[in-house]
Design a protein around this ligand. Sequence first.
Ligand code: ZN
Length: 84
Amino acid sequence: MGLIRLLILAALVYLVWRFAKRLLAATNGGDDQRPARSAEPRGETMIRCQQCGLHVPEREAFKHRGLGFCSQEHQRQYLEHHEP
Ligand SMILES: [Zn+2]
């Protein structure tokens, strides 16, 4: 039954090796590998205009206190009606 013991040993060594490698990668983490997860996602965030309901890309939207607008005009119109 020497072969089975050898196989089990090999499996154990393999698992330990895998575990150690993962541990090493975790402690080594991030610097020279791929950039952090904070990088911009591919899909662009769409913001809904509070005045007309149009969806515009976040970088083109006009924002005011957490509200999004498709244009400065709509921002102005919205604020005229909703703020004293
Ligand atoms: Zn609008």
